[in-house]
Design a protein around this ligand. Structure first.
Ligand SMILES: NC(=O)c1ccc[n+]([C@@H]2O[C@H](COP(=O)([O-])OP(=O)(O)OC[C@H]3O[C@@H](n4cnc5c(N)ncnc54)[C@H](OP(=O)(O)O)[C@@H]3O)[C@@H](O)[C@H]2O)c1
Length: 265
């Protein structure tokens, strides 16, 4: 399928690593000009360089989206290359060792700021231009924990409910404008950091020694699904690229779950 992304420009927040890196590389490979964003200058520049080496069009924006000043810096860096047509709000933090007993009110406020208000900052800076031009795509990356929270990471799960909710509200705000707003609620995403954490957890719990041994056991224990494994980054990126494209113009205000058919243990 031709996603018709040539001529579009996309900003993917938090694309210096993890899922965001895979999304920004895929959008570039599909023909979009992309802005790679992060706080770490070297990591962010390395992703942009690799896209350019593969023949893509990539620039860089650095800034902490947990602050207004950081968001202003991102806006200024992005403005140099022209308007943004596609905004993927992927920045997010989580901490798999936190629960009700060890998360302070400050932790709840901080994660809300980084995972939710960061998106408000980018939406308010980049979406008015999309509305004026009559076309745009806004995509929140969230997690299935927004709809199906576990006992662990309650503060993180609450931010995912908020991410889904704000995506739907934004679609109402943008009605009849040509700009759509959706959320992708992801199940587990196999990033290098997640894999390292889970291998250690698996060994502690006697689920195996190698990743191949551990993966099915940890999926059964922590979040069983009908596919029987954790999602790969490219599987989520493919869905985001589709939503970002002109082809997906009739999908709006939705939270799309990609979780292998997750069910409660
Ligand atoms: N991993 C999972 O299993 C999973 C499951 C469901 C949903 N998600 C969601 O998927 C998204 C990406 O997760 P990931 O696992 O790929 O994370 P990751 O590898 O830790 O990457 C996070 C990215 O966000 C950036 N970032 C973090 N805080 C920032 C801030 N205050 N300002 C600007 N940039 C900031 C980081 O940039 P720098 O390092 O350059 O600062 C990095 O590029 C998150 O929103 C997460 O909630 C993840």
């Amino acid at each position: 399928m031709d996603l018709q992304l040539s001529g579009k420009r996309a900003l993917v927040t938090g694309s210096s690593s993890g899922l965001g890196e895979t999304i920004v590389k895929l959008l570039a490979a599909e023909g979009a000009a992309v802005v790679v964003h992060g706080r770490d200058e070297a990591r962010t520049a390395a992703v942009a360089k690799s896209i350019r080496e593969d023949g893509g069009d990539a620039t860089v924006a650095i800034g902490d989206l947990g602050t207004d000043a950081g968001a202003d810096a991102v806006e200024a860096a992005v403005a140099d290359g022209g308007p943004v047509d596609i905004l993927v709000n992927n920045v997010g933090v989580y901490n798999m060792t936190m629960g009700w007993a060890n998360s302070s009110p400050e932790d709840w406020a901080e994660i809300y700021n980084v995972n939710v208000i960061s998106s408000v900052r980018t939406i308010q800076r980049f979406v008015p231009g999309m509305r004026e031009r009559g076309w745009g795509r806004v995509i929140q990356i969230s997690s299935v924990t927004g709809e199906s929270p576990a006992a662990s990471q309650p503060h993180y799960a609450a931010t995912n409910a908020a991410r889904n909710n704000l995506a739907a509200s934004l679609s109402r705000e943008l009605r009849h404008s040509g700009v759509t707003s959706n959320s992708v609620a992801a199940g587990g995403i196999l990033t290098p950091a997640v894999q390292d954490f889970l291998v250690n957890l698996g060994r502690q719990n006697g689920w195996g020694e190698t990743w191949q041994e551990i993966e099915p056991n940890l999926v059964n224990a922590l979040g069983p699904n009908d596919v029987g494994r954790i999602g790969r980054r490219r599987e989520y990126a493919d869905l985001v690229a589709f939503l970002a494209s002109p082809v997906a113009g009739y999908i709006n205000g939705a939270t799309l779950r990609a979780d292998g058919g997750r069910y409660d243990a």
